[in-house]
Unconditional design. Structure first.
Length: 202
């Protein structure tokens, strides 16, 4: 009975986190397109000259480019609701992204994030989350290099919502590892008290 309650709590916490993080996600931004880095677009100034029609189109909100050691350029535009907004974050929710460079519509580098740019003093850098400047324009470019599979789950979040989502993650992981430890000690107790090897396997 105890196991059922713990499992139910974990499922409810996971469902709650996923529902809130995915609400209105499709209305927040749109992928304009992507292209692999080549000699013709090795820097941002060359990329700015490429028309949208020459970029690879994206269907959906999740960009999966397969296994590659190459860098990719991604062009995105935010929803009009973020025009003139402060404290807007772009979150690249993939910890395996090595290097993510974010540029504005004029080609100015805004920020660098990714595993090679983790800053111990900036909590958001562990989650590949960057704070955008005051939004006078809604179009941004990202140069992304990953370790292995290039999967780019992008999310736009407000500053306060980001820290709420971090707390939700911490709550979920706390519940999850609490269940794991509880089951470990429970089965250890049963193993030593009954000497039944089945509980040792658990």
């Amino acid at each position: 009975m105890f196991r059922k309650y713990l499992t139910l709590i974990a499922v409810i916490a996971l469902f709650n986190c996923s529902c809130q993080s995915n609400s209105n996600k499709s209305e927040d931004f749109r992928f304009i397109g992507w292209t692999p880095e080549t000699d013709e677009n090795s820097n941002i100034s060359e990329l700015l000259e490429i028309e949208n029609s020459k970029l690879n189109s994206v269907d959906g909100e999740y960009l999966a480019l397969g296994y590659s050691d190459s860098s990719f350029w991604v062009k995105i535009t935010l929803s009009d609701i973020y025009l003139g907004e402060k404290n807007v974050n772009l979150a690249f929710n993939n910890p395996m992204l090595n290097d993510v460079l974010i540029f504005d519509n004029l080609g100015n580098l805004i920020v660098s994030t990714g595993r090679i740019h983790v800053n111990s003093e900036d909590y958001s850098s562990f989650f590949n989350t960057v704070l955008l400047p005051f939004n006078k324009d809604l179009t941004y470019y990202a140069k992304i290099k990953s370790f292995g599979n290039v999967n780019i789950p992008l999310e736009v979040v407000k500053y306060n919502e980001f820290y709420i989502s971090i707390n939700e993650r911490n709550l979920f992981f706390g519940i999850y590892f609490g269940i794991v430890f509880a089951m470990f000690f429970y089965n250890s107790f049963l193993y030593f008290s009954t000497k039944d090897y089945i509980y040792g396997l658990y």
